[in-house]
Design a protein around this ligand. Structure first.
Ligand code: HEM
Length: 175
């Protein structure tokens, strides 16, 4: 494994060029060729240097994720056969677990791991028989939830791609 502890991840990968005259043996600044204007001045004080917003922030943070999970579980509650997979009578704790997990995954608060430890989702789903029917029912309810958010096409595709792949990876029973 590469030791990356000496690298400062908060620094941009490329350092700015040394100022003219500042390099050893270089001409004094007064004799140096004038710096070319690279057209960067306008963006230098702009926000290109700020850290990129996380996906969590880009799609609206807590409010958006709370709506996603609420609509999903409202659909689950209406689906008698699928609802039977959930052992608890009160779905509020399950709602909260899924919300915390998704918020953490997409760059929001890390409450899930603080409360539940490593996600280990495959292991945590082992007690439930997840065949293609269960997977598709889960995905159908999640589809309704994602549609309710009215995200931009790119955000929508990013989120859906992940949910679809995750659901397929959790199938643990034939049929
Ligand atoms: C493939 C179909 C799926 C089925 C049938 C299913 C079913 C369940 C059930 C019955 C529970 C127990 C409720 C609870 O105690 O929280 C659960 C928990 C959970 N599920 Fe799923 N699930 C599926 C897919 C997914 C996917 C794709 C994700 C994530 C993207 C996910 C994330 C979670 C989380 C975070 C928990 C709580 C784990 C914990 O901390 O105990 N599930 N799921």
């Amino acid at each position: 494994m590469t030791d990356q502890t000496s690298a400062d991840a908060s620094q941009p990968e490329r350092q700015p060029e040394p100022r003219p005259g500042s390099q050893p043996g270089g001409k004094p600044a007064s004799q140096a060729a004038p710096r070319r204007n690279l057209g960067l001045r306008a963006v230098e004080k702009d926000d290109w240097a700020a850290p990129a917003a996380t996906f969590y922030e880009q799609i609206g943070g807590h409010e958006t994720f709370a709506k996603l999970v609420d609509v999903f579980y409202d659909e689950v509650e209406k689906d008698e056969r699928f609802r039977a997979m959930y052992p608890e009578e009160d779905l509020r704790p399950a709602r909260r677990r899924l919300l915390m997990f998704l918020e953490q995954y997409w760059g929001g608060p890390t409450t899930y791991s603080q409360e539940r430890g490593h996600p280990r989702l495959r292991m945590r789903h082992m007690p439930f028989t997840i065949d293609s029917w269960a997977r598709d029912a889960w995905l159908a309810h999640m589809r309704t939830a994602v549609d309710s958010l009215e995200l931009s096409p790119l955000h929508e595709a990013t989120l859906w791609d992940y949910l679809d792949r995750a659901a397929h990876s959790l199938v643990n029973a034939p049929g």
